[in-house]
Design a protein around this ligand. Sequence first.
Ligand code: UGA
Length: 433
Amino acid sequence: MFVRRIGVIGTGYVGLTTGACLASLGHHVVCADVDADKVKRLSAGEVDILEPGLAELVAEGIAAGRLSFVLGASAAVDGAEVVFLCVPTPMGVGGVADLSIVESVLEEVGALLPPGCVVVNKSTVPVGSAQRTAELLDREDVAVVSNPEFLREGSAVHDFLNPDRIVVGCDQQDAAERVAALYARLGAPTVLTDAASAELVKYAANCFLAMKLSYVNAIAELCDRLGADISDVTEGVGYDKRIGQAFLQPGPGWGGSCLPKDTSAMLQLADAADYEFRLIRATIDTNNRQRQRMVEKVRLAVTGKRGGSLSKVRLGLLGLTFKAGTDDLRDSPALAVAALLRQAGAQLVAYDPAVRSGDTRIDEGITVVDDPYVAAEGVQAVVVLTEWPEFRTLDWAKLAAVVARPVVVDTRNLLDPDVVRRAGFEWNGLGRR
Ligand code: UGA
């Protein structure tokens, strides 16, 4: 087998997943981070990211002697044949990806990279970044490759080990092939292309997903207005192989650390190329409206009329994270809807299985409790905002006994309406009869 010595810089969810999974494929991987405590914890096999299977892979890699953790990027590149850059590229001023962390890492390790080594950009970076990286490095003996990741939070290990495709972009064919060969065991279709195309694949894919969701949310709204049922409509639509069943679940809008950032970045990059990308603008606008629409749904359900007042109305929120299976609150639609409900004067009590009371990430205006039944006490409506499966199996009769009014607004169409109705609740979903 083709075994490489690999350095991974950054141990966030992309870096750690990449490092642990590459080690599980047989490679020798050294992961670097700037946080000394984190390096110590990871070296002891302690993973603080909620990512199924990751802690096990890290422990296995360490035990097999194929995975280690070091402080500082320099230590990871020593003797490396391939170096993965997996550092954050947050949304900067005007929605442009902020590359300052990538740049400072390059400055630190540029001169230390072994001759012949390949630098791989794994972070989502604007089109043209591989070229810019090569210019910053200014090393003729080091190739720069773009190799975007397509990992979803909450299933990153699964996605890494079962990829739909591997995309590798580089103007030097041999460097691209060396990177593609790292994944050979996974047997995925591989797209070898130039760096700019590989970089654009990432944005084009995430923007397409965002567009698909805004579209389905708009269709759900039409279902509400026309008396149609979104679950039947999406099922009927999704059987078309050209469309597919995945990513057709309506919700309170899409969020997280990727889709909002990448749709904004796409607008910027189109703008810079003198192209007005109206489709993406509409995708973002539809998403913003979706959050407001959820507030209107709550208004209608609680007061019985459009535009009714939510002032001093107590609401119990189920879910705060941006989706189920993660403790990530970044750009969470649940928090965005909560903020709008607060602005409308509502009093909010929330429960989320991944967020404890006293979590400092949550605005003071939301009271977080550690028990869903406590969150429902005395409320005028229970509002489901994140699709945690366990909400389906709550004791809805017990909830009915503690609420002030048995009303549910299910912004994820998560619950079984029959079960909830049998418990005495009025159930309000999205685009459902
Ligand atoms: C997304 C992409 O799905 C990954 O392929 C990509 O690698 C990743 O961004 C990235 O760029 O790193 P992620 O942000 O983890 O992954 O989240 P998704 O599972 O895509 O969900 C995004 C949002 O859409 C969430 O708010 C989720 O609740 C919502 N969603 C998703 C729906 O409302 N309905 C659906 O059917 C699916």
